[in-house]
Design a protein around this ligand. Structure first.
Ligand code: FMN
Length: 185
């Protein structure tokens, strides 16, 4: 049997009580046998500065890029800020996108989901993120948008996912992502 495929799961929020990170924690427990998830927080990634973008960039950036390179696929959980991708996430992806078209993000499979307060639950941010990723030559998992709308009502005070329909939805998406990845390697 093949070892599990390595999935780097990236929450696009730094908040201690981030619902996007909570969704990825829930997915960690839902992962099928052929996937292993590692959650990678973006806390240490500095703001992009082209003057520092040489020799792989500052140490936290190098670590982030190495983690992407070592992964078989990414799983990004993005919040939606003012109908768009939060700066924290875009900033980290900008670092990782260098050198252009030869970065660890080029040809890297990426699956998206998002938790947000509104009923459209990050759909607008995900649309933008897809476009951004295509600019980096990443290969976005073709799947209907996985949105967790009204997200505050779907997790309890301990940030455990309590909504059964959401749990099922996330599990189905992960299995489909695992099958899609397995067909590619
Ligand atoms: C600056 C800002 C802008 C926001 N804009 C939106 C928005 O456009 N759509 C939306 O659904 N929620 C919006 N929200 C609410 C977020 O969806 C909500 O705070 C969500 O829980 C953030 O994700 P997190 O829990 O992973 O940090 C916004 C929140 C902030 C702080």
């Amino acid at each position: 049997m093949r070892p599990p495929l390595k999935i780097l799961a990236i929450p696009g929020s730094l908040r201690a009580r981030s619902l996007n990170r909570a969704a990825l924690v829930a997915m960690h427990a839902l992962a099928p046998d052929n996937l292993s998830l590692e959650i990678y927080p973006l806390d240490d990634v500095p703001l992009y500065n082209g003057d520092l973008d040489h020799d792989g960039g500052p140490a936290p950036v190098r670590a982030f890029k190495e983690a992407i390179a070592a992964a078989d696929g990414l799983l990004i959980a993005t919040p939606e800020y003012n109908y768009g991708v939060p700066g924290v996430l875009k900033n980290a992806l900008d670092w990782a996108s260098r050198p252009a078209y030869r970065s660890p993000l080029a040809h890297k499979p990426v699956a998206l989901l998002g938790a947000a307060a509104s009923v459209v639950g990050s759909a607008r941010a995900q649309g933008q993120l897809k476009q951004v990723l295509l600019g980096m030559l990443s290969e976005v998992f073709p799947y209907p948008e996985v949105v967790i709308g009204g997200a505050h009502q779907r997790f309890d005070g301990d940030l455990r996912l309590t909504d059964e329909a959401t749990r099922e939805h996330l599990g189905t998406m992960l299995r489909a992502y695992g099958e899609w990845l397995a067909r590619r390697v």
